[in-house]
Design a protein around this ligand. Sequence first.
Ligand code: ADP
Length: 507
Amino acid sequence: MSREITKSPKGIAAASAGASQAPALDFGRAWDYAPALEGVSHIKLQPRYGLFIGGAFRAPRSDKYFATVNPSNEQVLSEVAEANAADVDDAVRAARLAYEKYWSKMRGAERAKYLFRIARALQEKARDFAIVETMDGGKPIKESRDFDVPMAAAHFFYHAGWADKLDYAFQGRRARPLGVAGQIIPWNFPLLMAAWKIAPALACGNTVVLKPAETTPLTALLLAQLIEEAELPPGVVNIITGAGETGAALVNHADVNKIAFTGSTEVGKRIQASLAGTGKRLTLELGGKAANVVFADAPMDQAVEGIINGIYFNQGHVCCAGSRLLVEESAHDTLVRRLRDRIATMRVGDPLDKNTDVGAINSKMQLDRIRELVDAGEREGATRYSAPCALPSKGYWFAPTFFTGVAQSSRIAREEIFGPVLSVLTFRTPDEALEKANNTMYGLSAGVWTDKGAKIFWMAERLKAGVVWGNTFNKFDPSSPFGGYKESGFGREGGRQGLAAYVELDG
Ligand code: ADP
């Protein structure tokens, strides 16, 4: 990776002015990286992708296709099939047949071999997957390259390890697979969410029908190609594309035993209502409005990096994003000043550039929602600061932004924005911090920053969030269960708890 540093003419001027008049140097403006674009000439996307059903790609019965667009330049990348109810039915039938004929009968050690094979193939093709993820979703290549793809492979490795040890996972209770799992995922971590869903389901002996989000279907389709090459028995994994209607047809299919959904709270509630009384198992991973609680005794430099990582590095496209910053009043001014300086240095732009920190917003619809909420924040009287960066003229972009003086009742403090927008609130005592942090309908994640370990434990015990990070943020591991409370959903993904969502326990 080339990390050449060049001085811009503007930078040299600023530096020499700094030497003679000694004002504070603005290093963010003074130094720029040379472009370091990831090469894409070897990426050969098909102009059209069909549905992956029964081990092969085929045209949809609907005869309909829709475009998937690169959000950083609005160029069409490919067309993907729109599965209708008949296509969904085909996919579920293929999964049922594969369940009965092969997968439920196969020994765990044999299933593990297939999962290991997928994990290794993902590692071999990691670079291509990262590039396509970035082109289709807009996230910076350093995120997809260093986090999404390696973590997806790690999930397959981890669950491959469990496939022949399920008898030991649940303290003497025997685990049986559920059958066919219908899995619906969002656009923020397209490949990683597919891995989170598929790996535990297969390890436990289930077969799957997975539907990626309509704006980011490509890496799931590449995964289907990889699964075909790995020669999994046909129908064990089926990948169908489409939007909400396709998802609803999968949810309502009579022969699906389990639904695993990650997405908005609104759609999650609808799914829960439609499954009531059907006996189908359900796990939901929904929205969040995480609080990052910073005490005055916190290591401030580390905290600033944690805040940046928590909300800006993925354009805020993370359901566990630390979108509310609760800072102890005495540290407020210092922290806000440092935050302002830090976001002014962030590089916003071409997601394929290896130096880019903040990429494109995933879709026009998402950008409109961010703008609407930011306008609401201004109308409600909060003070806005946006990084002074030039945004590309094509594509969907939003500069890293934060608000100070935010009231708890304000929309920007209550609603999930899903963009690079942070709301700063203050507190005076740990009790007040706790009360404000828990004052949300969500409960997915939270962070605590302090020099005192005891304070971290005190807070972690009381925060109503599925994950609490101490002096760090957004750290993941396949062995660590992830999931929410309240309107953030139920069920866990990862770890033994994640396996439990895909088995029936005897005894
Ligand atoms: P987001 O706000 O993250 O886009 P959505 O809940 O709208 O969240 O979408 C998440 C996933 O759910 C996508 O794959 C989408 O196509 C799918 N989806 C949308 N509406 C429905 C529905 N009514 N039933 C099932 N799946 C749906």
